[in-house]
Design a protein around this ligand. Structure first.
Ligand code: ZN
Length: 259
């Protein structure tokens, strides 16, 4: 599942492929952008902001940014010119060609053009993998929601940007707190520091690891491990859901190690 680390890595790949290059063809396969043509324009930068990805394109009237969000299943692939895609073509939402590569975004629930991306994304909290990461600000923003459940606060991108569903379960386990505890009962600063540490450690890894053990099946403490024994105490891991903005999202925890 794409989280801040996934998007950071995708931005790196796209940056290597696109910055300084000129689009020879662009194909937006979403109705709202079907007539957009950015061919002949050059890419000045690629950035990630939490779980959002921005491709900045130069133009006559300033920079326009291709904004995408990977959602649950989205991905950006970089291919050599003429190479066969690794995913089905009908899932492609955008195809960007240059003389040296082809970048394809698949299953992107958000794809739009922004003329002022910084303002449009200013609602996001400090970016865990951003050059301007500000731990103190994240702590302040989270602490200002004392009644929120900590599991929900960790996913709230307005408070801190980058944590997704996998990390929030892992972070709560590692701090020994139940995701349903209110923010007011949790030490926020170590939780924020741990979030940064985990995402930073995984920023260049293809497979996410929170246990320190890179062997397949050993990489996570609790996420996806329903009814399997806790790696610390042997108690079966519990799977439950927490409501976020009217949407139920799954959460995993050890009912013994976490209180
Ligand atoms: Zn346990």
């Amino acid at each position: 599942m794409p989280e801040g680390d996934t998007v950071y890595r995708a931005a790196g790949r796209l940056r290597n492929a696109l910055v300084g290059q000129v689009f020879t063809r662009t194909d937006f396969r979403v109705p709202a952008l079907a007539t957009v043509d950015l061919s002949g324009r050059s890419v000045s930068g690629v950035r990630s902001r939490g779980k959002h990805l921005l491709i900045d394109v130069d133009g006559e009237h300033g920079i326009v940014s291709i904004h995408s969000h990977l959602g649950m299943d989205g991905a950006w692939d970089v291919y050599g010119v003429g190479a066969r895609w690794r995913r089905p073509g009908f899932k492609a939402r955008i195809v960007l060609d240059t003389n040296v590569s082809q970048c394809v975004g698949f299953e992107l629930p958000v794809l739009e053009l922004l003329t002022d991306a910084d303002t449009a994304l200013s609602y996001l909290g400090p970016d865990l993998l951003g050059p301007d990461w500000d731990a103190a600000q994240a702590v302040t923003l989270i602490a200002a929601r004392p009644d929120a459940l900590i599991g929900s606060a960790l996913l709230d991108q307005r408070l801190m940007a980058g944590v997704g569903n996998v990390y929030r379960s892992e972070i709560c386990f590692l701090r020994g707190v139940l995701p349903t505890r209110p923010v007011s009962e949790v030490e926020i600063s170590p939780l924020v520091d741990l979030s940064r540490k985990l995402l930073y450690a995984n920023r260049n890894r293809v497979e996410r690891v929170t246990t320190g053990n890179t062997r397949r099946g050993q990489q996570l403490w609790v996420y996806g491990r329903r009814a399997q024994p806790c790696r610390r105490c042997g108690t079966p891991i519990t799977r439950d859901t927490l409501g976020e903005n009217g949407m139920e999202r799954v959460v995993y925890f050890c009912p013994r190690c976490q209180t």
